[in-house]
Design a protein around this ligand. Structure first.
Ligand SMILES: NC(=O)c1ccc[n+]([C@@H]2O[C@H](COP(=O)([O-])OP(=O)(O)OC[C@H]3O[C@@H](n4cnc5c(N)ncnc54)[C@H](OP(=O)(O)O)[C@@H]3O)[C@@H](O)[C@H]2O)c1
Length: 163
């Protein structure tokens, strides 16, 4: 049976998700949420995300989407585009969902494929150079769960959305 395709992201109030190749914030609870949710599944990510993490994370599969056949990614599969990445992920021996985990373009192309969105909404603006699609709510009609959190004065809400 096909694995569900889901998306996980943390987004600032102004839509920013990244700055100069890094996350603009340090939120330990959000990192733990991300690691826990994706464990046992397969992450589909871009090369800059792979570089930021520094490796393929253990306990899950990883597919890196790169148009450059010369690039290799230790511990991960490589796919030339998102369609191939999903096909590769569906064939990998992990029972969890296929996770769209960024960056900007992977999110934009991947959101229409996703049945569920796990979004951490950070309740302040950040400066940055990467954004989540502004129209994401056109893909997900129902918020099915939420939980508030705070770290060093930064407030955020974990939310789950479904189509
Ligand atoms: N807040 C969050 O939840 C979150 C999640 C993930 C990432 N981020 C942030 O986002 C940033 C990294 O994401 P990113 O968007 O810069 O990079 P990325 O998606 O990791 O990688 C961009 C690369 O994807 C490849 N690519 C594959 N298909 C492509 C296509 N059709 N068109 C263009 N490029 C394509 C290109 O590499 P090739 O030349 O090799 O093809 C391009 O250079 C970081 O700042 C990171 O912290 C935030």
């Amino acid at each position: 049976m096909a694995k569900p395709i889901q998306c996980i992201v943390a987004v600032a109030r102004n839509g920013v998700i990244g700055a100069a190749g890094r996350l603009p914030w340090h939120l330990p609870e959000d990192l733990a949420w991300f690691l826990d949710a994706t464990r046992g599944g397969i992450m589909i990510e871009g090369p800059a995300c792979y570089a930021e993490l520094g490796k393929a994370l253990e306990g899950r599969g990883t597919v890196v989407v790169s148009r450059d056949p010369a690039k290799t990614f230790a511990g991960a599969e490589r796919a030339a585009d998102l369609t191939e990445a999903v096909r590769v992920a569906q064939a990998m021996p992990w029972s969890g969902p296929v996770w769209i985990t960024g960056g900007e373009r992977i999110y934009a192309e991947g959101l229409p494929l996703c049945s569920k969105l796990l979004i951490t909404r950070i309740h302040r603006d950040y400066e940055g150079d990467r954004r989540f699609p502004a129209d994401w709510q056109s893909h997900f009609a129902r918020r099915t769960w939420s939980k508030d959190g705070e770290h060093e004065g930064v407030k955020y809400t974990f939310e789950v959305w479904e189509r």
